[in-house]
Write a protein that binds this ligand. Sequence first.
Ligand SMILES: [Zn+2]
Length: 351
Amino acid sequence: MGHNKEAHPESHFRVPAIVNALEKLELSPKFRGSNVIELETFKSASLDDIASVHTRAYVSGLEKAMDEASQQGIIFIEGSGPTYATVDTFQESLVAAGAGISLIDSVVAQSKISKSPPIGFALIRPPGHHAIPKGPMGFCVFGNIAIAARYAQRVHGLKRVFIIDFDVHHGNGTNDAFYEDPDIFFLSTHQDGSYPGTGKFDEVGHGDGEGTTLNLPLPGGSGDAAMRAIFDEIIVPCAQRFKPDIILVSAGYDAHVLDPLASLQFTTGTYYMLASNIQQLAKDVCGGRCVFFLEGGYNLDSLSYSVADSFRAFLGEPSLASEFDNPAFLHEEPSTRVRQAIQRVKQVHSL
Ligand SMILES: [Zn+2]
């Protein structure tokens, strides 16, 4: 709650909005007993956990910057573009990354006793997928999902990690962390030309990691139909071919049609479909082991209802999207250009 800047879209109102929606829609542990488990006690990530992805110089530099933040209130971290920090940012970012790690532990433990373990969902911030190894970037401080991927490998022996990033922006930090790593497949869909401008078709990994990075930039206006086709034609065959031990998801809700920061046309129903299909995919390819990480999503209503409908998907309950989605906000998807993008990525990756 201390990592906050007045009127900034990545604000401390985001997680409480989601938690309130989960309460209101009776999706919290209070209403669901053991079907929805909240992890209440977990450790902050250690500096070694963070250093599995980030440079020690960045981590110690950020810790030192907290002194300056305590005097000035808000600071902007050098070289980071629009990433703010407050006096609480360092500690709270360790808590966020630690929550993701704890969910890995919990889901892995459950997967040893059940073929359909619960899906983990890290309702955390600051988000992580833009943070690069040597610094913060784009509202992101530590690469929560990248840190969790390294942890899953190191501590649980889950060697092969499949990361799906459906945030509207390119997950450049995760992309960079694993660009030469053949054991971590990074698949990102994002709006072509949106921040930070990376994630082109020909960014496919390098060296031993060539072919285990897949970037799919989508034309503005792409929406539900585009994402359904991409799931069936790109995500499923890539995961089946890669044979992961766990699936991690950079779940950004800023591709929603109502989100103020971009112009794709996902709906609550699109997020329900993604949650349901990814859960099934995890059951099919990796014993159901799957953890979602909150990334973007800046319209508090579309963010919180989309996460809540994702929870309904995980619980095997029908979507409530028709109550939240207003078809009047939607216009026709650029289906020809979407088809061209899908064909191009299939060609690049021999799918
Ligand atoms: Zn985003």
